[in-house]
Ligand binder design. Structure first.
Ligand code: BG6
Length: 520
């Protein structure tokens, strides 16, 4: 075992180091556009309820749902309670918490394009500010179809709800859900639309991967320890593999997914975030802009791909029918509301380079897909072999390389593989693993990513949100791939069976370099 378990729960452990003071946000109102939608019910309301349960919300707090359906406060409250009972990390709803939380939920019924609705909203917010003492602190959450974002932003501007306020007037912030644009041009346009009403320091572009404990731990692992960072570069690292595999298919999200594909759904956002956290330089200080400066530098160092490079360095796939956990599942083209001749990617493998002093020449292989054999997200750094091998008998295969794996989910942890002598009279060497598991060492369940991120936005901490330049740079890389794909016919889809590890071309992509995908 690499790490021993603290014997006390973390919160009580007097030896806990580097602990930050827990802060409670200012009294505020959170306004959810798209309040009757799936994300609100599965994630946002349960996250808020859990924060209330843990007393992380300010005492004076209210939620206002804004959507088209003809609901009253009471119908929305009843739906909220039902969703929390169904999806919350902690359930069922506790009466004592609900009593205060539930009665502070309100609803404004309106079309997103109707200016009257925004006037009603402004009146309600003024009333709540008076009654609750929320002091003009408003957190807007865009959880609608992205095509509604410009209309909502424009209307918030029209009724004066978006403006940067003076410190005595409270604050106004906006969280913007993914997808953030469809390509570089649309992302630039959306950023301009947002900037016409909100200043950048009011904008919180959410990527739920950054709310995951294990993703944040990449920074801690790298920069709170002295022993790994000296090895974290081209001198010692042979290559990096990042995988995000899912058993799930498109889960009834056919129309969204078919427009998006895996490259937009997973690579542009979540995987690019993982790449930048793994490859960034240590920031001077742990503040939002220093960290985001370093992450953005990594993305700038990834060259956009020419159409020829797209052919050489990317593989797209789409699943056909197959078996997942012993059950037959349909192919992508047979999924609900997916065109039977769709050429959308449900699998992508990419080889990237970060062209800077630290990483030049070190390939970073990404692969992600739906309907793969298991759900796992991990980052593996494979180290170079020792310069001179003492233990290889002539004609025997080389010893297995050292691999450091950051396991993001499930079984969150970190492991290091190295060679050890097998007990006995001969010099036999076998790979063994040192393992650290979050669950075992800390014994507490992680909060949902949305809990952390919503709380951070209320606290005005944008460290775990993507900045304008960051999102645009990620789109520049992905758009170069999309442009390359447009010039070349897609492969004959489907090209992998549901329940397999993806198309054979993806194996060839890495095997051409004399390397292999890790067996997961
Ligand atoms: C979402 C994608 O952003 O991330 C989904 O839209 C995907 O398609 C999901 O399934 C994966 O998130 P997680 O947290 O389950 O790894």
């Amino acid at each position: 075992m690499m790490a021993s378990s603290p014997s006390l729960p973390l919160a009580l452990n007097p030896l806990r180091q580097g602990a930050q003071q827990e802060r409670t946000p200012d009294p505020c109102v959170m306004i959810i556009f798209g309040a009757t939608g799936d994300l609100t019910h599965r994630k946002l309301l349960p996250a808020l309820y859990n924060l209330a349960l843990e007393r992380r919300l300010p005492q004076n707090f209210s939620v206002v749902g804004f959507a088209r359906r003809p609901y009253t406060d009471e119908t929305f409250q009843a739906e909220a309670r039902e969703s929390i009972n169904k999806f919350s990390r902690r359930r069922p709803v506790q009466e004592a918490v609900w009593e205060h939380f539930g009665k502070n939920i309100h609803y404004v019924q309106s079309n997103f394009s109707d200016e009257e609705g925004y006037k009603k909203l402004a009146e309600l917010l003024a009333k709540l500010d008076q009654e609750l003492g929320t002091k003009g602190n408003h957190l807007f959450y865009l959880s609608t179809n992205p095509s509604d974002y410009p209309t909502i932003i424009h209307n918030l501007g029209q009724v004066g709800l978006g403006r940067q306020k003076s410190s005595t007037e409270g604050w106004s912030r906006i969280i913007v859900e993914k997808p953030f644009g469809h390509d570089l041009a649309s992302a630039l346009e959306l950023n301009d639309t947002i900037a016409s009403v909100f200043r950048e320091n009011q904008v919180y572009r959410i990527d739920h991967y950054l709310g995951k404990e294990t993703v944040q731990n990449i920074l801690v692992f790298r920069f709170a320890n002295g022993i790994f960072e000296p090895l974290w570069n081209r001198q010692y690292v042979d290559h990096i593999q990042i995988v995000v595999s899912e058993e799930l298919g498109v889960e009834g999200r056919g129309p969204y997914y078919d427009e998006s594909g895996t490259i937009r759904d997973m690579v542009q956002n979540h995987m690019m975030q993982l790449v930048s956290l793994v490859c960034m330089e240590p920031p001077g200080t742990f503040d939002a802009n220093s960290i985001r400066d370093e992450k953005t530098k990594v993305l700038r160092a990834i060259q956009t791909l020419t159409p020829d490079e797209v052919v050489e360095r990317t593989v797209r796939g789409q699943y056909g029918p197959g078996m997942i956990m012993g059950q037959p599942v349909p192919g992508y083209r047979e999924e609900e509301r997916v065109p039977p001749d769709s050429i959308t990617d449900t699998y992508v493998a990419i080889k990237l380079f970060v062209d800077n002093w630290r990483w030049a020449g070190v390939p970073i292989y990404l692969r992600t897909g739906k309907r793969l054999p298991k759900r796992t997200t991990e980052i593996a750094l494979q180290f170079k072999q020792p310069p001179h091998s003492l233990f290889n008998a002539p004609g025997t295969p080389p010893l297995e390389p050292n691999v450091l794996v950051l396991q993001i989910q499930p079984n969150e942890g970190i492991s290091l593989k190295f060679g050890a002598k097998v007990p006995g009279h001969t010099m036999n060497i076998r790979p063994v693993t040192m393992d650290f598991r979050f669950g075992q060492s800390f014994g507490v369940a992680s909060a949902d990513a949305y809990e952390r991120l919503i709380l951070d936005a209320m606290l005005g901490d944008s460290t775990l949100f993507t900045r304008r330049d960051e999102v645009e740079q990620a789109w520049a890389i992905v758009t170069s791939i999309l442009d390359g794909w447009k010039l070349h016919m897609p492969p004959k889809f489907p090209n992998y069976e549901a329940g397999s590890w993806g198309p054979k071309e993806a194996d060839e992509l890495i095997e051409r370099d004399g390397r292999h995908w890790r067996r997961l």
